[in-house]
Design a protein around this ligand. Structure first.
Ligand SMILES: CC(C)(COP(=O)(O)OP(=O)(O)OC[C@H]1O[C@@H](n2cnc3c(N)ncnc32)[C@H](O)[C@@H]1OP(=O)(O)O)[C@@H](O)C(=O)NCCC(=O)NCCS
Length: 150
């Protein structure tokens, strides 16, 4: 279900990224312009500290999931295409990511994957919790930290 993203995914990733609900739950709610998105995507695809996948159902792209290694921490970002939400795909894409991680040799897996989630992002909190992410500490600035340890 997961395949590595390519530059040909730029338009769909841009649409999902600028979706109003995605922006609402992101750290920065400002829409991104396409030129900046293209630069960002080219950078991510070239960055060995990032891995970006597209989730597909019967060959149709429905979601993206990304892990960025930042100062020793693996940070999660994911989103489902607006038209495909509330069908279990957010949860499915997290489980597919977990399978990808578990296929890596133990010594190259991240020690943990951190999701920083807005406290009112109920869909994400439910998807993460049911996939084994566990909240740590109190929310700070409206975001709660949840960890999954491979
Ligand atoms: C968060 C997101 C990925 C969830 O994807 P999804 O495919 O809609 O989620 P699922 O269908 O797997 O639902 C997960 C759970 O949330 C619940 N849920 C989904 N949408 C919901 C909503 N709008 N309100 C309340 N609950 C909701 C589901 O009932 C399910 O609950 P359950 O596990 O108790 O059965 C999707 O809403 C999204 O792309 N949001 C914008 C980007 C975003 O917030 N990304 C996460 C940043 S941390």
């Amino acid at each position: 279900m997961l395949r590595r993203a390519t530059i040909d995914d730029a338009a769909r990733l841009f649409a999902w990224r600028n979706n109003v609900v995605t922006r609402q739950y992101a750290r920065s709610s400002e829409p991104v312009d396409f030129a900046k998105h293209m630069n960002w995507l080219a950078g991510k695809l070239a960055d060995t500290a990032s891995a970006l996948w597209v989730g597909e159902v019967r060959g149709v792209p429905v979601a993206q999931v990304r892990v960025d290694i930042d100062g020793g921490t693996a940070l999660l970002d994911y989103a489902v295409a607006p038209s495909a939400r509330r069908q279990g795909l957010g949860t499915a894409v997290l489980r597919a990511l977990q399978r990808e991680v578990m296929l890596c040799p133990a010594d190259s897996r991240p020690a943990g994957i951190l999701a920083q989630v807005k406290t009112d992002n109920i869909a994400s909190l439910r998807a993460l919790r049911s996939s084994g992410w566990v909240a740590e500490g109190e929310p700070v600035g409206g975001f709660v930290n949840l960890w999954w340890m491979p």
